[in-house]
Write a protein that binds this ligand. Sequence first.
Ligand SMILES: Nc1ncnc2c1ncn2[C@@H]1O[C@H](COP(=O)(O)OP(=O)(O)O)[C@@H](O)[C@H]1O
Ligand SMILES: [Mg+2]
Length: 310
Amino acid sequence: MIEARNLTKRYGKLLALDDLSLDIAPGEVFGFIGPNGAGKSTTMKILACLMKADSGKATVNGHDVRTEGATIRRLIGYMPDFLGVYEDLTVDEYLQFFASAFEIPRKERKTVVDGVLDLTDLTDKRRSPVDGLSRGMTQRLGVARVLIHDPKVLLLDEPASGLDPRARIEMRTLLAELGRMGKSIMISSHILTELAELCNTIGIIEKGKLLFSGTLDDAYRKAALGDRVRISIEGGVPAEVAAAALEGDGRVMRVATNGSSLTVDLGPEVQSRHFLVEKLVAAGAHIGAMRPEEARLEDAFMRLTKGSVQ
Ligand SMILES: Nc1ncnc2c1ncn2[C@@H]1O[C@H](COP(=O)(O)OP(=O)(O)O)[C@@H](O)[C@H]1O
Ligand SMILES: [Mg+2]
């Protein structure tokens, strides 16, 4: 759906994009991750036909961003990192305005606006002034706005930035719903874990270069990160003794103890965890609980970027 090849962009002397290539398949939710200043917004503006690359090529559904802007603008919904301010408009008027800008026939506008209000959970707010909305609602309104013309592709630049935890979960739910609707979505963030549950694939960008692109599993494998398991030892033997039973096993990269709990890092290729139970039981440990740790996107990111984050 999106293909970028060798994009380069300079702002004066600053090389903002450095030979960047990426692919996003139809229906894919692609997380575009990188620190501030990495070049995420620049890439998205080029794909949205709002800015031209100095060299390289990009297409959206086969259309060239340099020459087929009018076609691409109907195919995509681009949500910039900062939304314009439209004082004195209600949510409803704001969306009606964009519906007319997209030349949606007057008769159909109400249905379209009702639909996007429902999807973004803003129906209750339709008569509220836009400038009185919370940050979370404003961001959802931004998503509502880019859905008006039912685009196939969404380019969302940091839609979850500045949201409190609750608003972030609401945004995540909304984006997951859009993914289920089959839209191809490129979503940028500098908050790594925000994207983990949402994306099929991720790309990591730093200083204008794409350092990695693939699935999260690929990222963990490439960073040579295996699963992490937390095990609480209820008794039998002290945690240190239990830990010693696991150390030296080729499948175990590292064991740390903290009180009565063990943190075990497995090798990247290790699939089964049953040997942990067997070894601990053989050592006389009573296992209270064993649970895998949350996805370690931050660790993978740090390794993939080798700490060269600006
Ligand atoms: N209009 C501009 N003029 C000059 N430099 C810019 C402009 N826009 C972005 N930059 C610089 O280009 C680099 C990439 O910016 P940007 O694409 O906004 O990164 P990100 O979205 O990942 O934070 C940054 O160093 C930024 O300061
Ligand atoms: Mg940006």
